[in-house]
Write a protein that binds this ligand. Structure first.
Ligand code: SAH
Length: 378
C-alpha cells in the first residue's frame, strides 16, 4: 500500500524569526540564515512568488530543497464574484470544509481589502449574517495573509507597487472576531505591514471588534493598527440585544477601554461603526445620545445602512431618517459620511458574509482530509 505523502509545512504566515528557524531546520547553514530569510521574504511578500522555482536569486539545489520541504502555494479559490459596482468577493477554501470570504472594495482614491479572521463567529450579533454561522475555527496567520496574497494576485499587484496601488487599505471586518484570534491576527498584520514585503502601513490597517474589552489595550500597545468598534447602540438594553457580547462587557467598560486606547489622538482616532436599523437605533434622540457617549474621545463615526440578508430580523432605516441622524452627528463636529452600501448584489456588503462551512467533529474532519485531494502546488 502506498503511504500518503506527509504534508509539507507552509512558510506563509511565519514571522521572520519562525522563518529563520524553518530554514535552519531544512539545513541552511547558520551563517547564511539572515541573508536567506531576507531573500525568501522578498520573494514571498514583495514579488508574490507561489513556487520556489521563480526564486531566481537562490541556487537551483536550494530551490529544490525548499520545494521538497515546504509549501508556499495559495489556498483554493472556490468562487470569485464581481459586483456591478466593481466590488469583488472571493470564497476561499483553506481545507476540506473550511471556507471564508474576502472582499475588495474599490473607491475613487483608495481600495479597501476586507479580510476574515475566523471561519464563522461565536458572537451571534442579531443583525449580522455571519453571526448565524457557528464558529468553525480560527484562521492561522498564514491563512489570514493568504487572503491578501490572493487579492494581490487577482488585481495584478506584484511586485508590491510603490505608488498607484489598488489595495491601499486593509480592514479586519470580514468574518469573525479578530480579538478572539489575537496572536494569529497580530502575526499576520506584522507581515502585512512589513516594509520589505506587502508594505501596507499600520495606519492603513483597521481592526474592528464587537467589544472584547480586555484585549483592546493590546491592539494599540502590541499591534499598533487602527481600531474600530462595532457600537450600534448607546444604551445597554439595546446593545445587549444587538451585540450580545455587551452583556459581558457593557458600554461603560467599553468606553473606558476606548478612552485609554494607547496612541489615541486627534490624528489617530477610533472609528465607531453604527448600523442604521429602522425603528431600533435611528431616532434623533439616538443620534444625540451617540454624540454624548463619544464626548472626549477622538472619534470617527461610520454610519452603515443595514444590509439585509435572507431571514434578517431588521430593516434598513429610511434614507431621510439616516440623513437627519447624520446631520446631528455632523453638527456635533464629526465628518460622518454615510457609507454607501457596496457589493450588495453579490452579498459582499457589511454583515452579509457567510460560508457553508459547518463545525465538524475532529474524526469526521480527518476522514474527509484523507479522502479529499490536497491542493497541489501550482
Ligand atoms: N467581529 C468584528 C469584525 C466584523 S466587522 C466586529 O464586530 O467588529 C463587520 C461590521 O459590519 C461590524 O461593524 C458589524 O457590526 C457590521 N455589520 C454586521 N452585519 C451588518 C449588516 N447586516 N448590515 C450592516 N452592517 C453590518
Amino acid at each position: 500500500m502506498q503511504m500518503p505523502e506527509p504534508q509539507k509545512s507552509s512558510l506563509i504566515g511565519l514571522s521572520r524569526t519562525a522563518l529563520r528557524d524553518a530554514l535552519l531546520d531544512a539545513g541552511i547553514p547558520e551563517r547564511q540564515a539572515k541573508m536567506r530569510v531576507g531573500q525568501v521574504w522578498h520573494w514571498l511578500y514583495w514579488q508574490g512568488a507561489s513556487t520556489f522555482d521563480t526564486m531566481t536569486t537562490l541556487s537551483r539545489p536550494l530551490r529544490d530543497t525548499l520545494t521538497e520541504r515546504f509549501d508556499i502555494s495559495r489556498p483554493d479559490i472556490v468562487t470569485q464574484q464581481i459586483s456591478e459596482d466593481g466590488t469583488r468577493k472571493w470564497l476561499i477554501r483553506f481545507g476540506p470544509g473550511v471556507e471564508a470570504e474576502t472582499v475588495f472594495i474599490p473607491e475613487e482614491n483608495r481600495g479597501t481589502l476586507c479580510i476574515s479572521s475566523q471561519v464563522g463567529c461565536t458572537l451571534n450579533c442579531r443583525f449580522c449574517h455571519t453571526g448565524t454561522q457557528k464558529l468553525v475555527r480560527n484562521l492561522t496567520a498564514g491563512e489570514i495573509v493568504s487572503q491578501i496574497l490572493i487579492a494581490r494576485d487577482a488585481l495584478g499587484e506584484w511586485p508590491t507597487p510603490a505608488q498607484g496601488r489598488q489595495i491601499t487599505n486593509i480592514v479586519l471586518m470580514g468574518m469573525g472576531e479578530p480579538l478572539y484570534n489575537f496572536d494569529n491576527v497580530k502575526t499576520a498584520m506584522d507581515i502585512a505591514s512589513d516594509g520589505e514585503g506587502l508594505s501596507v502601513s499600520k495606519r492603513r490597517i483597521t481592526l474592528s471588534t464587537a467589544g472584547v474589552v480586555p484585549m483592546i489595550e493590546r491592539v494599540g500597545a502590541e499591534m499598533g493598527v487602527m481600531l474600530a468598534i462595532s457600537l450600534h447602540a448607546t444604551r445597554d438594553d439595546l446593545r445587549d440585544e444587538l451585540v450580545p457580547i455587551n452583556k459581558k462587557y457593557p458600554l461603560a467598560e467599553l468606553m473606558e477601554a476606548c478612552r485609554n486606547y494607547p496612541g489615541l489622538s486627534n490624528a489617530r482616532r477610533i472609528t465607531f461603526e453604527y448600523t442604521m436599523l429602522k425603528g431600533k437605533n435611528d431616532s434623533p434622540a439616538d443620534a444625540k445620545a451617540l454624540v454624548r457617549l463619544l464626548k472626549g474621545i477622538p472619534a470617527k463615526i461610520n454610519l452603515i445602512p443595514f444590509n439585509p440578508w435572507p431571514g434578517s430580523p431588521y430593516e434598513c432605516s429610511d434614507w431621510e431618517q439616516i440623513e437627519v441622524f447624520a446631520e446631528i452627528i455632523n453638527r456635533a463636529g464629526y465628518a460622518s459620511p454615510v457609507r454607501t452600501p457596496r457589493g450588495r448584489d453579490i452579498m459582499a456588503a457589511c454583515g452579509q458574509l457567510k460560508s457553508d462551512s459547518v463545525k465538524q467533529r475532529a474524526a469526521e474532519r480527518r476522514r474527509r482530509e484523507r479522502t479529499e485531494p490536497v491542493a497541489e502546488t501550482a
